[in-house]
Ligand binder design. Structure first.
Ligand code: SAH
Length: 258
């Protein structure tokens, strides 16, 4: 059992991590171009469509989606701080009638069966695992509805030990693209498309904005061990990406419920 003391330390960690990621536009690799590209494979949407963006964060990709697609989008994220920022963004862009955020967990979604035309999730399905996510979420989709998720993927059959070890610890479900597609097929989707996210999704849109955020954060929390360790880990992760980006990255997977 967690002691109260541990619990408060843990909550403090989460608060810091949320604060750090609140200061950047996206909380995972991606770009407006990639969101629009993934959306271009989806052809069932109308003004009446219902869309869920699961693990939406502050909504960087959601607002892009709203500008490229009709229908109503519900953003779902575990962290209230992100949802508050999400709803502020939606209001700022005058999208509040079509885009709203709610706090919730991706393993306990409260949609009715066959209620959704599209399930979207960028850089977030790893929180419950790709295979579990696509299987569990399927029942919320109408027949013929679409799922579009981005997910960490290996590009080569063999990888240097250092990066293999890092991922086996961080997310052992990382796998080759054809394996992910086969899991999608088995879960009851027709694979419609898969494409690799270009490097700028990591470099320009994810790691570069963090460099400034890290400086601000370290100044604010000078001497705070948890904050310093967290930033150090982010830096190590970025360095690993620059070193091993030929071996892994994110791919977008788009499937249609059969
Ligand atoms: N889609 C956003 C955020 C990706 S980061 C983007 O691409 O920028 C992953 C997100 O998943 C974070 O916002 C995190 O708060 C959220 N998350 C983590 N566990 C979750 C859970 N169990 N249910 C819902 N959201 C979760």
């Amino acid at each position: 059992m967690m002691s109260d003391e541990n619990k408060s330390i843990h909550e403090f960690d989460l608060k810091l991590i949320c604060e750090y990621f609140s200061t950047i536009e996206r909380q995972g690799p991606g770009s407006p171009e990639v969101t629009a590209k993934a959306l271009s494979f989806i052809d069932n949407l109308t003004d009446k469509s219902k869309i869920a963006d699961i693990g939406c964060g502050t909504g960087g990709q959601t607002m892009v989606m709203a500008n490229h697609a009709p229908g109503h989008i519900t953003g779902i994220d575990l962290f209230p701080i992100f949802i508050d920022l999400f709803n502020a963004n939606s209001q700022k862009l005058k999208l509040q009638d079509r885009v709203n955020g709610v706090v919730g967990s991706m393993d306990q979604l409260s949609f009715q069966d066959e209620a959704l035309d599209l399930i979207w999730s960028e850089g977030a399905i790893y929180n419950i695992g790709f295979e579990r996510g696509i299987n569990e979420w399927r029942r919320f989709l109408k027949p013929g509805g679409f799922i579009a998720v981005s997910e960490a993927s290996w590009f080569t059959q063999e990888r240097p030990a250092e990066i293999e070890t890092f991922w086996n610890d961080a997310y052992p479900e990382i796998d080759l693209i054809p394996r992910k597609l086969m899991q999608m097929q088995k879960a009851g989707y027709m694979p419609v498309a898969a494409f690799v996210l270009p490097e700028n999704c990591w470099i320009e849109h994810f790691y570069a904005p963090q460099v400034f955020a890290q400086e601000v954060f370290l100044k604010k929390y000078a001497g705070n061990k948890i904050a310093e360790e967290f930033v150090e880990n982010q830096r190590i992760e970025a360095e690993l990406y620059y070193k091993y980006k030929d071996f892994y990255g994110y791919a977008f997977y788009i499937g249609k419920k059969i």
